[in-house]
Design a protein around this ligand. Structure first.
Ligand code: FMN
Length: 170
């Protein structure tokens, strides 16, 4: 196989990642300097370990949320259901940043916003970080979990640049 240039790899990787289905979450935190709540859509959300219970989020260092997570030292992963897909545009579009917490049903726990109707809210305290290129990985120990009760979870997915739904094969 001929070696490819960095550019070729990036183009190919982007195409490959369009085929990688991902969950859709909104990662929230707050700006301890008085800037209020902050949040962004993230698919790079990974369970790390159960001992201790911990989660990882990969956050672009240019996003407005990045410094807030760094300074607050805490964040909440709000796992979205298909019914919450209208929140994805504001929480992933810079020009809609001001309207992010206007709809959806947000509550606060120690200043950290959480979406009360989400499939689950995972509250994390940052314990480890790693900068790699454009992104910083935040590993947080989970200190509280809220689970939506009642109805069966219908997690929102993302694939081929659009919304997807995860379904059972059985
Ligand atoms: C489905 C989807 C998944 C995303 N996943 C991530 C992610 O895991 N990490 C990340 O840094 N940005 C991710 N983004 C992009 C951010 O949501 C977007 O750049 C961010 O909200 C911009 O924030 P700002 O306008 O406040 O700077 C994703 C966007 C979409 C639509």
């Amino acid at each position: 196989m001929t070696e490819k240039s960095g550019n070729d790899i990036t183009v190919l990787l982007r195409s490959a990642l369009r085929r990688l289905p991902g969950p859709v979450s909104i990662v929230t935190t707050h700006d301890p300097a008085g800037g209020g709540p902050a949040g962004m859509v993230a698919s790079a959300v990974i369970p790390v370990s159960m001992e201790p219970p911990s989660m990882l989020v990969a956050v672009n260092r240019q996003s407005s949320c990045h410094a807030c997570i760094e300074n607050a030292g805490r964040f909440c992963i709000n796992l979205l259901g298909t019914e919450q897909r209208e929140l994805v545009a504001p929480f992933s579009t810079a020009s809609l940043r001001q309207s992010r917490f206007e709809t959806g049903g947000w509550e606060f726990a120690d200043n950290i916003p959480f979406l009360s109707g989400a499939i689950a809210n995972l509250f994390c305290k940052v314990e480890n970080t790693l900068v790699h290129g454009s992104h910083e990985l935040f590993i947080g120990d989970v200190y509280e979990v809220r689970l939506a009760d009642g109805s069966e979870a219908d997690p929102l997915g993302w694939m081929e640049g659009g919304f997807a739904r995860f379904g059972s094969l059985d």
